[in-house]
Design a protein around this ligand. Structure first.
Ligand SMILES: [Zn+2]
Ligand SMILES: [Zn+2]
Length: 380
């Protein structure tokens, strides 16, 4: 949605808490002033007229007004507004065909485009599962899906032969009909979609045998998709114009691919970082050790320094995820968990007692250790 849009209330010159009656009065007054037909097609007035009409379309609808108050110019602000009925009471229900062509300045598009109406195919949804490392680095995947494509036999026209296509006699091939209406502004010429040909401007006399006159056919498609690095589970990729066709002259819908990322048994994602848990014994923590761990780049030997404390971290710089739209990799963070043994045998207890004695530390007799030892012996 365009960022430089003016606030709708400001556009209509009303207060934020004004009534529907005030909104209608404000619009009526401004419409009379800025309607392009009244001002001989002055383009500046036309822009103003579009602006006030858009503001009115939203603010005159209680649900949309609430949405606008809460979220501002959000993406789906115009969804579900019936423009014909919004403006019909002013006598120009077809206003959007006339002045708005492809719709509002930004973020709005549907089949309201009076001249040269291009049909839009629907979007196709697909899903793909990739593994943790593929998500971290990005990957290329083949995707198979079904979509409507242009019928090759009729080249999308829907007709058996070229001569089976005739110009629509109602609209003369333009796809639109012009009508004169009486409004509070006086007589206005408005344009609407031709009902005889549905805006196509053509009538098919003998339909294509392959597609039955639709101009498109469902086929299985296979494409190679570049999945960028750093995608996370649930992300949706949009491939423009890879969706359904509606035949000759139509705009294809998009292909939407939901990405599922398989969890990794050891590696966990935390933003752009990768986290792993490393269990070491208290002897390894005290004396230090070298341990091989799995990273995104394969196995790597890391050094645990003597005197490593529980819950400390070892950070492998630049060994994390490559975020979307960036080359700077995150880190691999290793969280150290020090295991205290609860299954010491007699000999180990004696050694530890000796160690404690040397450091003048008061210790128990390790009896529970012996008990669990006995238990373990029975388990075997
Ligand atoms: Zn065909
Ligand atoms: Zn027609």
């Amino acid at each position: 949605m365009a960022k430089n849009k003016r606030d709708y209330y400001e556009v209509l010159g009303v207060n934020r808490d004004c009534s529907q009656v005030e909104i209608k009065q404000a619009y009526r007054k401004l419409a009379r002033q800025f309607h392009p037909d009244v001002n001989n097609g002055n383009t500046e007035y036309e822009e103003r007229f579009k602006e006030i009409s858009e503001a009115y379309a939203v603010l005159s609808n209680e649900d949309k007004r609430r949405q606008y108050d809460t979220y501002g110019f959000s993406g789906n602000l115009f969804d579900g507004i019936n423009f014909d009925s919004v403006f019909s009471e002013f006598g120009f229900g077809d206003i959007f065909n006339m002045f708005f062509g492809g719709g509002f300045g930004g973020g709005y598009s549907n089949s309201y485009s009076g001249s040269a109406r291009r049909e839009h195919g629907t979007d196709v949804y697909s899903e793909i599962t990739i593994d943790f490392k593929e998500a971290a680095f990005g990957t290329k995947k083949e995707i198979e899906y079904s979509a409507d494509v242009l019928c090759k036999q009729c080249n999308g026209s829907g007709a058996e032969k070229d001569e089976d296509v005739a110009k629509c006699s109602v609209c003369g091939g333009t796809g639109q009909v012009r009508t004169s209406r009486n409004t509070f502004l006086g007589s206005l010429i408005t344009t609407s979609v031709c009902h005889n040909c549905g805006g196509k401007g053509r009538i098919v006399k003998k339909p294509c045998t392959k597609c039955g006159g639709k101009g498109y056919l469902k086929v299985k498609k296979k494409i190679s998709v570049d999945i960028p690095s750093g995608v996370s589970d649930g992300v949706q990729l949009r491939l423009a114009h890879k969706g359904n066709s509606r035949g000759y002259g139509s705009v294809e819908g998009d292909l939407l691919i939901s990405i599922k990322v398989k969890p990794h048994p050891f590696l966990k994602r935390d933003g752009d970082n990768v986290k792993t848990m490393l269990d070491i014994s208290f002897a390894q923590a005290a004396l230090g050790t070298k341990i091989e761990i799995e990273t995104l780049d394969g196995n790597e030997e890391i050094s645990v320094k003597p005197g490593t404390q529980p819950n400390s971290r070892i950070i492998l710089k630049g060994k994390g995820i490559i975020p979307l739209n960036s080359n700077r990799r995150g880190d691999h963070i290793i969280l150290i968990n020090v295991n205290i043994p609860d299954d010491l045998n007699n000999e180990e207890i004696q050694l530890l007692k000796k160690y404690a004695e040397g450091r003048h530390e008061a210790v128990g007799d390790g009896a529970s250790g012996i008990l669990s030892n006995i238990k373990n012996a029975f388990k075997k």
